[in-house]
Design a protein around this ligand. Structure first.
Ligand SMILES: Nc1ncnc2c1ncn2[C@@H]1O[C@H](COP(=O)(O)OP(=O)(O)O)[C@@H](O)[C@H]1O
Ligand SMILES: [Mg+2]
Length: 265
């Protein structure tokens, strides 16, 4: 294949339809959704509560019954099952879901044990350092703050060097100041990896601050209704959030989000 015809996109979602349940009580969560994510791209998906954001991420990660998902997911041209078996996806949920009896370091090591892999790209110690937890390696989850636990979950997600990090409102349970700090830190972590990120959020500011591109989802059944490119230089620091051109972008996304609501009224 010549360079010109090589796919630029890393992940392609084509005509994704997801239905929860069967029969008269079936819920169409996502319908006719197409999305491409580039290599090392940071994409935020924003949409109203209940529009199918979590459902979409779970479908990509293979966490839903296959019968409920239609359409195709490809990673690097390969099918989704193959990609999942090769650990190309990693998931960070809103709640960090750490094993409570394992230290921070042991939690980060867990995927290596499960996958039976000896030589990671980055050691669990390096990853804990990357997420700012040097010195907390031997603490148990109950000894860590909410923000620290979520950093452990992020380090754990990076252990098998995923191509794509799927994040479902990862900072939703944190207080506002911690969340602000985590925004900058996640961007620093991401810039030190080769990972693409798909982050779901309902925060306009979070989406605009983090993303290369914000995609807007309609109320259920969720489809993509708008895409807003985010041009701000990186690295991005907290001060960006008070700039006028930043607030203009936030308003642009807000308008796109309101337009999909109005269509449904
Ligand atoms: N396991 C399930 N069984 C039945 N319905 C579900 C299930 N999970 C989610 N839903 C429904 O699908 C829709 C989308 O849910 P979800 O993806 O969690 O939305 P979001 O993450 O955007 O808030 C909602 O109407 C929700 O009630
Ligand atoms: Mg959700």
């Amino acid at each position: 294949m010549s360079l010109a015809t090589q796919p630029r996109e890393l992940v392609s979602l084509r005509d994704i339809c997801i239905v929860h349940g069967r029969g008269p009580t079936a819920t169409i969560a996502v319908e006719g959704l197409d999305l491409d994510i580039g290599r090392q791209e940071f994409v935020c998906i924003i949409g109203p509560s209940g529009c199918g954001k979590s459902t979409l991420l779970k479908a990509v990660a293979g966490l839903l019954p296959p019968a409920s998902v239609q359409g195709t997911v490809t990673v690097d041209g390969a099918g989704a099952d193959e990609a999942r078996k090769a650990n190309k996806f990693a998931f960070v949920f809103q709640e960090p879901t750490l094993a409570p009896w394992r230290t921070a370091l042991e939690n980060v090591r867990l995927p290596l044990e499960v996958a039976g892999r000896r030589k990671p790209h980055r050691s669990p110690e390096e990853l804990l350092d990357l997420v700012g937890l040097k010195g907390a390696e031997h603490k148990l989850p109950h000894q860590l703050s909410g923000g620290m636990k979520q950093r452990v979950a992020i380090a754990r997600a990076l252990t098998l060097q995923p191509d794509v990090l799927l994040m479902d409102e990862p900072f939703g349970a944190l207080d506002e100041l911690t969340r602000d700090r985590m925004h900058e830190e996640l961007l620093n972590i991401w810039s030190a990896t080769e990972t693409s990120v798909i982050l779901v959020t309902h925060s306009l500011i979070e989406a605009v601050f983090m993303a290369d591109r914000v995609v807007v989802m309609s109320p259920r059944p969720g489809r993509l209704t708008a895409t807003v490119g985010i041009p701000f230089d990186r690295p991005r620091a907290h001060a960006l959030k008070s700039r006028v051109d930043f607030l203009d972008k936030v308003n642009e996304v807000r308008t796109a989000l309101e337009a999909t609501h109005d269509d449904h009224r």
